[in-house]
Design a protein around this ligand. Structure first.
Ligand code: DAH
Length: 347
């Protein structure tokens, strides 16, 4: 068989192999075997040295042509197989986007944290500072500086947990008043602050009492502050919390650290004042205690009551949340029952 015949047969055979190749790997093997350095075409070209000078160019050109044709065929088949591989992958890896997704469990801020943040935002919008106090306080700040000297009968209502004779868990957030007053630089203007935090009392826990709970203290001191400022401020805040239709009412009361002292009521949001079980058939709900800061309290903190006046208030966070959401047992706040806590997705 001459070289040309050999090459023709080779071409036929390899063409068929290329056609039948099923994978890119198979195809690449064919390419290496046929067109590679040790492949039959290269061999033929090597064998040309035995041919006559006249025959050589024609056989060489023929061999090159066959090599080029096979290379082109391989390239074409390669593209087909590549597309096929891509299609197969696309079919195999389809996503069913209509399948229901996996639910991500979202946490819920504790309802007391939400209540606190909401009230903080209201006061921040009025230019108040938010101050943190100490949960472990001294008798001096917790009682003395709030005009509750040792032996004062009002101390009985706030029995505490004592760490030593002089150190105790604070019974209210009011001591923060004294701490802020004595630090404030009044040459730079008046003082407006709230102080949220945890307080402690030696109470027996029941539906409405807990040995630890949360208050928010408020204090404003400046020249010329009046009861009118107190009333206007609290009315604004209470309406923000309980609704614009609410009214407020001040009733005379007593706190050792304010004079005069008031109890602030909000008109019942359940019965609109007609009388129901929430307002105990009075139309009004007691919300917080407040008053004008007692001159003695100002003096003890180095503030001249002849020049400055101020108002203060204290509210219970649990009480606010219980009223708003109809929660009838304070212990729900602390027992970490997700069935309770989970109901308060961001308000
Ligand atoms: N400290 C009081 C308490 O815990 C609440 C209170 C009443 C705070 C009147 C005040 C206020 O600042 O003016 O019972």
């Amino acid at each position: 068989m001459n070289l040309k015949e050999e090459l023709k047969n080779l071409k036929l055979k390899v063409s068929q192999q290329i056609e039948q190749a099923k994978t890119l790997k198979e195809l690449d093997n064919i390419r290496v075997e046929t067109l590679g350095k040790k492949g039959p075409i290269t061999q033929v070209l090597h064998g040309m040295k035995d041919l006559s000078v006249i025959e050589r160019p024609a056989v060489g050109a023929f061999a090159n042509k066959i090599r080029d044709t096979l290379a082109a065929q391989i390239e074409k088949k390669k593209q087909i197989l590549e597309r096929q591989a891509l299609n197969d992958a696309l079919v195999q890896e389809t996503l069913d986007v209509t399948l229901p997704g996996k639910k991500v469990k979202r946490g819920v801020r504790h309802i007391l944290s939400q209540t606190q943040e909401e009230i903080e935002d209201i006061f921040l919008s009025m230019g108040y500072r938010i101050v943190e106090g100490y949960e472990v306080e001294s008798d001096h700040y917790n009682f003395e500086r709030m005009n509750l000297p040792k032996g004062h009968p009002a101390r009985d209502m706030q029995d505490s947990f004592y760490i030593s004779e002089e150190i105790l868990l604070r019974t209210h957030t009011s001591p923060v008043q004294a701490r802020v007053m004595e630090e404030h630089d009044f040459t730079k203007g008046g003082l407006r602050m709230i102080s949220p935090g945890r307080v402690f009392r030696r109470d027996t826990d029941d539906a409405t009492h807990s040995h630890q709970f949360h208050q928010i203290e408020g204090l404003v001191i400046d020249k010329g502050i009046t009861m009118g400022d107190l009333k206007g401020t609290l009315e604004f805040v209470i309406k923000k919390i309980f609704g614009e239709e609410r009214k407020i009412r001040l009733r005379p009361s007593f706190f050792p650290f304010t004079e005069p002292s008031v109890e602030v009521d909000v008109s019942c949001f359940k019965c609109e004042g007609k009388g129901c079980n929430v307002c105990k058939y009075t139309g009004w709900i007691e919300i917080l205690g407040a008053g004008m800061v007692h001159p003695k309290v100002l003096k003890m903190s180095g503030i001249d009551p002849e020049v400055y006046a101020g108002f203060a208030f204290g509210l219970g966070q649990e009480r606010i949340a219980m009223l708003r959401f109809g929660i009838n047992d304070i212990r729900y706040f602390y027992t970490n029952d997700m069935r309770f806590l989970g109901q308060f997705a961001r308000l």
